[in-house]
Write a protein that binds this ligand. Structure first.
Ligand code: AGP
Length: 366
């Protein structure tokens, strides 16, 4: 209940929680980076190196924003540890009688630790002998208790219904897990060091992004009138686009859907018009040229484009430029301007930012 926590002088808990992220990310990282061996210390996993090496797949489950952060996590694990990994909504997973394999590592994500669908999925996995880790914010919560081990976020209580700091810290926890899994396998010490250094830069870079708030407020006002918005991203940008759309729809009630940028021409391109602006997540990675081509295709259909990335581009009407980190870690930073964008769109539209209609902070029922 919001009443128990100080809003720190902010107008809304949501803005407080967005603004806290330099500290909450630092807390998720604290004591977990080993600069000597370029590894992550994750004592809560309760797994020795031999067991850590034994997994052939990673399956990640969670609901809503937790699921989207799990998609970022799956990509990090595939990239850094080269273990096949994917994320699925826990709510779907539990109902489809999943095949539970002994050499799969299951990871359940939950800010509250009380989401019923996620808990039920964990219990089903346990019944079938699955090895389940939790990435959880609330210490001692049901999911934390039911899992075999895990990573606490240490992000502090999240009051606003829309998740922000827990989302970011979950992605950071996955970077640590991917580093850990990678370094007991084939990730080189040099790449380990690169990721450790990148993780250490995150809090300062988040501070830099927060200084863009005035610009983002103006952009939110400019786009908030649109009846709907499209969010697109490719590979690393796609889960960011999904979370950006989720934030916007949850708190501003503006219709927002995310698509992989590469899927546009297979259907959603038909929707493009001046009335449906696009937020494009365009990191400076090996897919930059492909993404800029997509922007050209949207432009050619008179679509307006707000690009979020590491540079400005004439292919977009507006650009939010964030600092670069290592390509694998960039999704963590690219989400933050979209949180501010959704927040200011919701404020501009006069919405009940911290308690959006029809939603509960944690869904503890079926
Ligand atoms: C996030 O903004 C949402 N309110 C929602 O999707 C949330 O992430 C989901 O219900 C999962 O909650 P949990 O992390 O507490 O399990």
């Amino acid at each position: 209940d919001a009443g128990h926590y100080d809003n720190g002088g902010y107008e809304h808990y949501l803005l407080k929680e967005i603004s806290e992220q330099p500290d909450t990310v630092a807390r998720t990282l604290r004591g977990r980076i080993d600069d000597r061996f370029h590894i992550a210390h994750l004592g809560g996993l309760n797994m020795d190196a031999r067991e850590t090496r034994s997994f052939r797949r990673v399956k990640i489950i969670g609901c809503g924003s937790a699921y989207y952060s799990g998609q970022i996590g799956a990509q990090l694990i595939e990239e850094l540890a080269r273990i096949p990994a994917d994320a699925e909504p826990a709510s779907e997973f539990r109902y489809r009688s999943p095949v539970v394999e002994p050499d799969t590592l299951y990871v359940a994500i939950s800010q509250s630790g009380e989401t019923y669908d996620t808990l039920a999925a964990v219990q089903e996995l346990k019944r079938k002998g699955g090895r389940v880790l939790g990435i959880v914010n609330t210490v001692g919560s049901a999911i934390a208790r039911e899992t075999d081990g895990g990573i606490y976020l240490h992000a502090g209580p999240e009051v606003s219904v829309a998740s922000t700091k827990a989302f970011t810290s979950t992605a950071v926890a996955f970077a640590l897990l991917a580093l850990h899994l990678g370094r007991v396998r084939d990730l080189s010490p040099a790449d380990g060091r690169r990721i450790c250094d990148g993780l250490r830069r995150l809090p300062e870079q988040i501070k830099e992004i927060l200084t863009l708030e005035d610009q983002i407020r103006e952009l939110a006002k400019k786009y908030a009138d649109a009846p709907g918005m499209m969010f697109v991203g490719r590979v690393r940008g796609y889960p960011v686009a999904r979370e950006g759309a989720q934030k916007l729809k949850e708190i501003s009630y503006v219709h927002a859907e995310a698509y992989p940028a590469s899927e546009l021409k297979h259907g959603p391109l038909a929707l493009i018009s001046p009335e449906l602006p696009t937020v494009a997540v365009v990191p400076d990675d090996e897919l930059l040229d492909k993404n800029l081509t997509t922007l050209g295709e949207i432009r050619a259909r008179d679509g307006r484009i707000l690009m979020v990335g590491h540079r400005t581009s004439e292919a977009a009407d507006d650009c939010i430029v964030v600092p670069r980190n290592e390509v694998e870690l960039d999704p963590i930073l690219l989400t933050i301007p979209l949180q501010l964008f959704a927040y200011h769109a919701a404020v501009a539209l006069g919405r009940d930012v911290d308690r959006p209609r029809n939603l509960a902070k944690s869904v503890t029922v079926e």
